[in-house]
Write a protein that binds this ligand. Sequence first.
Ligand code: MEV
Length: 324
Amino acid sequence: METSSAPGKVFLFGEHAVVYGEPAVVCAIDRRVTVAAGTTDNTRDSIHADADTGLPVSEIRAEYDGERTILTGETDGFEYIETAVDRAREEVESDARLEIEIESELPIGAGLGSSAAVVVATVDAVTRELGVELDPERIAEIGHEVEKEVQGAASPADTFTSAVGGVTYVEPDDELRSLDTEEFSETELVVGYDGDSAPTGEMVEGVRRLREESDVAARVVESIGDLTREGVDAVKRGDIEETGDLMNLNHGLLEALGVGSSSLSRMVWAARDSGAEGAKITGAGGGGCVVAVPGDDPETVAAGTEIESERVFEVTVSDGVRRE
Ligand code: MEV
């Protein structure tokens, strides 16, 4: 049995626009998904995910016999896991059957990269169980293929960040790299969660349609790219004030693209009103999480954000996929 864990993420800048080749700045966070993989003599794979975290993560029970999947319980996220197991098996040219156990500290479909984290940890655990150690960049590539297959469209941002960890700069048509930003890496971030979720694929599809129908929306997407190119320098310098200002601007542009919601806005304003330097939606939007850079007093910002949230997490930047 091999066990791996991989982190969730928040977007400092650039979600949605990154799907169209614009850059994004993304942070791996210290809330993780842990996957244990073992080979079995059974004729079927079995996958069991249990949310023993106090978070409203859906429970998934599934058995796959090579042709047919038998599901019990709720099934959010199951397709990601099944596809990741298949791709990992293909990568090492094995037809072994597997038993998979998953534990998650991340709410599903809430903007914290639960699908990328589960995919990345699954690919690592399964390939190691089958005797092959892949480097994080290869795991990220396989993870990206899985997300594209399941969602229809996906940028490499979530899977790359979950695999390599730290703060990343993702420019899909050009480069994917880790940012050397010691100062920012020690910054605490506040995440507000409204208890809601929205399927990433549907949110991405909504923005794609709007961008096709409206030149103004297309220019909003380009403007997110422009502010992200400025934001990356602020993050590298550890300039929290400028990072916060640009995050506020990014939030407004995400709302213009129709991925906001009243509860996301309330959490953003609660964070700003309690002293955050900046706050915005993280991830696909529609419901889920916001991220705030709190400046000097994370406790006060967390307490203020909590008033409008189902739950608040104080997180720091984390390492990528790792063996447990
Ligand atoms: C989802 O976490 C981020 C999006 O930009 C989609 C993607 O990058 O694949 C909305």
